[in-house]
Design a protein around this ligand. Structure first.
Ligand SMILES: NC(=O)c1ccc[n+]([C@@H]2O[C@H](COP(=O)([O-])OP(=O)(O)OC[C@H]3O[C@@H](n4cnc5c(N)ncnc54)[C@H](OP(=O)(O)O)[C@@H]3O)[C@@H](O)[C@H]2O)c1
Length: 282
């Protein structure tokens, strides 16, 4: 893993991290199909130098955090666990909002318990689509949690530009986690603002996500052709492209596969040449 790092809530982390959302069962619900493999993926990631792992209490639910705890506790010095609050799951795995200030607090407390931490280094306030809870009230709750020492830094997720600007006026923002990849630049305005402000931007769905029957990134002909020309894989091209967008981009590709993990880690060393930049979608 290259030694290049960026600061996340004041802590240096390698730019290639890991997202734990693929570790629970299908649909991010229930136990993993192969628990030993899920634990091995987490251990290998950290052994290879990953020091930034993204998770959530509602992945499984609880499953991703339990796996992280079992695989990695006591946590190595320097490991930055990032969680998020603002959602819940029903008994069939449907995604629900849990947006009210008291639900945000309960979410942080659940993460502290399942991860066995005194403080979660960073917690993203994840806006749920259609939430009617005032954003300022939510931020107030997050600031109180940080002042009590229960969280180290406040991140934002699924925010628009106006919310990002409003949040920055109220509190330091540790990172922004929005959807962004080669095929989806709908959040370009927030991306550009983070780059200008040197706020870490952590794109989710960096590989196009697991939710599409046809992956819009890995199935893109220009990505496939560029990968063939550079003797890399489409996933590596997609990740290298993101890293080259700004020095403050931190990646958290999600995988349940040891082979894909190795592939993704190696993407941190892939340099896209000018021909690649010109061939890829703009
Ligand atoms: N804040 C939010 O609202 C939010 C939303 C979504 C995700 N997230 C976070 O962002 C992280 C990344 O997003 P994501 O996991 O949804 O999507 P992603 O990283 O874009 O893609 C994951 C999918 O790509 C596959 N994959 C991984 N590496 C691969 C490789 N080298 N070659 C081919 N396929 C590969 C995975 O399957 P395999 O398991 O078979 O490798 C899985 O199907 C999540 O893990 C989660 O921590 C946050």
């Amino acid at each position: 893993m290259p030694t290049e790092t960026a600061l996340l809530a004041g802590r240096p982390v390698h730019r290639m991290g890991f997202g734990a959302m693929q570790l629970p069962g299908p649909g991010v619900f229930g136990p993993p199909p192969d628990r030993d493999r899920a634990l091995a993926v987490l251990r290998r990631a950290v052994e290879a130098g990953v020091d930034h792992i993204d998770t959530a209490q509602f992945y499984g639910p609880v499953v991703a955090n339990e796996l992280i705890h079992e695989a990695l506790h006591p946590y190595p010095m320097g490991l930055v666990l990032v969680s998020k609050v603002g959602a819940a799951r029903d008994e069939r795995g449907q995604w629900l909002g849990a947006q009210r200030p008291e639900e945000l607090r309960a979410g942080v407390e659940a993460n502290l318990a399942s991860l066995e931490l005194d403080q979660v280094p960073v917690v993203n306030l994840r806006r749920h689509p259609g939430s009617d809870v005032p954003f300022a009230e939510q931020l107030g709750a997050m600031v109180a949690l940080r002042e009590e020492g229960l969280i180290g830094g406040i991140g934002l997720s699924n925010v628009d530009l106006a919310q990002y600007v409003a949040a920055r006026a109220m509190t330091p923002v540790a990172c922004v986690q929005n959807a962004y990849n080669l095929a989806d630049r709908s959040g370009q305005d927030v991306f550009d603002a983070c780059r200008a402000d040197e706020v870490p931007f952590v794109p989710f769905f960096p590989l196009g996500s697991a939710f599409h029957a046809e992956n819009p990134v890995l199935g893109e002909p220009a990505v496939i052709e560029t990968a063939r020309r550079l003797n890399a894989t489409p996933a590596q091209v997609a990740l290298a492209w993101l890293l080259q967008q700004a020095p403050t981009v931190l990646l958290i590709p999600g995988t349940s596969s040891l082979g894909h993990l190795e592939e993704n880690l190696a993407a941190a060393e892939l340099v896209l040449d000018q021909a690649a930049i010109e061939a890829l979608p703009r």
